[in-house]
Design a protein around this ligand. Structure first.
Ligand code: RB5
Length: 140
């Protein structure tokens, strides 16, 4: 299960990503918002907590820049949220960081690039390499 959330700055892009998830049969839970002006830390916490509780394996966050929601998410121990605006980073953050949330900027990236990044990120496994596990443990 993938948790997805946004604030008002990411709402339009969230709808397009949900369309991609539905077309590709990816199970998801939408934690809001629905276009109204909201405070992104609240939505970061909703999905972060769902991951920590085991309800979701991964999360997708979208705010205006992706920055605020990623800063908020990364305050939660166990959450590794990667702000991405290129496909290489979207791939490498799975391989090296085992990131469990991808953050995107709805006012920064276009929908085609965002969907490509989500597709790569969802389908790239963690390397399970000892040195990367060690570094992730050091973060925790
Ligand atoms: C909301 O206007 C905006 O500040 C938010 O979406 C995000 O970009 C914050 O980092």
């Amino acid at each position: 299960m993938v948790g997805i959330a946004c604030d008002h700055g990411g709402y339009e892009l969230k709808l397009q990503i949900i369309n991609y998830l539905e077309k590709n049969g990816v199970e998801y839970k939408d934690f809001g918002c629905h276009g109204e002006s909201v405070d992104y830390p609240i939505y970061a916490r909703k999905v972060g907590q769902a991951i920590l509780d085991g309800e979701c394996e991964k999360g997708i966050f979208i705010c205006g820049t992706g920055i605020g929601i990623s800063i908020a998410a990364n305050k939660m121990p166990g959450i590794r949220c990667a702000l991405c605006s290129d496909c290489f980073s979207a791939e490498m953050t799975r391989v090296h960081n085992d990131s469990n949330i991808i953050a995107l900027g709805g006012r920064v990236v276009g929908p085609e690039l965002a969907i490509k990044m989500v597709d790569i990120w969802l389908n790239t496994p963690f390397s399970n390499d000892e040195r990367h596990i060690r570094r992730i443990n050091m973060i925790e």
